[in-house]
Ligand binder design. Structure first.
Ligand SMILES: [Fe+2]
Length: 326
């Protein structure tokens, strides 16, 4: 078993997964999908970028789409607890000789860009422009009524290495999948905010983004968006679900946006703030792990993901395979 104990005193204080920057070919198509159909709020619509937030979010953006001929992932964003924590983060990356620099990002205060040991581009910041929350503007609710970003899920070629880095900077493991026999880490779910995950890793060709998880208020919102997607020309955007995960207990629906980026609508996980709770173990071949009702995920779900530009994809270290739908 290779899940070390959590680090109770991380080098800097991350509050949560905050935003993801993606590139997209046609921002009008992106806007139609994310805002008009799914129910994100468009915070800023420009020629070269679309900034989105959920209904309860006061932060300016949680999903950013920049125009590009090549759909990819620009950065994974994390909010820190204060400006001082940002300086602590810069010191931490400097001491470990991990590439990092302060950069200017629209609608954000000081932003530290860094790279994790597998090559994923990260952004840390404290201050972001704020906009009115739309939580009680029920008249503008539409689609799945997206409330907020919940988590970021990535393929990694080395789950143990990814786990060890994020564990060191304070993410706590809530659940994990171990390969049969060897007990090696095959997937991990790690959090800062007190839910099941802010970031999660799955064994696979990577690093690549697997999906962005966004929170919705109820299971009926997920059922409703299935009806909406099926009758408004978006039937093919539904990749997996709806269903209930064994891991996390969350009710889910996986979608592919117009550029193939994967979005999970997610609700009904549980509280994880108690620091003494042991991570929950799952066997890779347990059929209730992926879906509590036993249905395996499609092949595309294990094989397709969004690329980080200029980051070489490596073959996964573990050869163990999950159960895949025929
Ligand atoms: Fe997820």
């Amino acid at each position: 078993m290779a899940v070390p104990v959590a680090n109770p005193q991380p080098p800097f204080n991350i509050t949560r997964a905050s935003h993801v920057v993606l590139t997209a070919r046609d921002l009008e198509a992106s806007r139609a999908f994310y805002a008009d159909v799914l129910g994100f709020v468009a915070s800023e619509v420009a020629d070269d970028a679309l900034y989105l937030r959920g209904l309860e979010e006061r932060n300016h953006h949680s999903v950013v789409l920049r125009r590009s001929k090549n759909p990819a992932v620009g950065a994974l964003g994390f909010k820190l607890a204060s400006e001082e924590e940002l300086d602590k983060a810069a010191r931490y990356f400097g001491e470990r000789q991990i590439p990092h620099r302060f950069v200017q990002k629209p609608f954000q205060g000081r932003t530290l860009a860094a790279t994790d040991p597998l090559g994923m581009p990260l952004e840390f910041y404290f201050a972001m422009d704020q906009l009115p929350r739309m939580l009680q503007k029920y008249g503008v609710y539409r689609g799945a009524k997206i409330q907020r970003i919940d988590h970021i899920n990535c393929f990694t070629p080395d789950v143990q290495a990814s786990h060890d880095f994020y564990n060191e900077i304070g993410f706590r493991t809530t659940e994990y999948t171990a390969a049969e026999g060897s007990g090696e880490l095959w997937a991990v779910w790690m959090h800062r905010k007190g839910g099941v995950n802010d970031i999660a890793f799955t064994n696979g060709f990577g690093p690549r983004l697997h999906h962005i998880g966004v929170w919705v208020s109820s299971i009926t919102d997920i059922i409703h968006i299935c009806d909406v997607l099926a009758t408004t020309g978006f039937l093919k955007s539904m990749e997996r679900g709806p269903g209930r995960h064994g891991i996390s207990n969350a009710f889910f629906l996986y979608l592919r946006d117009p550029d193939g980026h994967r979005i999970e609508l997610f609700t009904s996980d549980y509280l994880t703030v108690d620091p003494d709770h042991e991570p929950i173990h799952w066997d890779l071949l347990d059929p209730t792990r992926q879906t509590l009702w036993g249905a395996p995920a499609p092949k595309s779900w294990f094989e397709e993901g969004s690329l980080f530009p200029e980051v070489a994809i490596r073959e996964p270290l573990l050869k163990a395979k999950p159960i895949v739908a025929p």
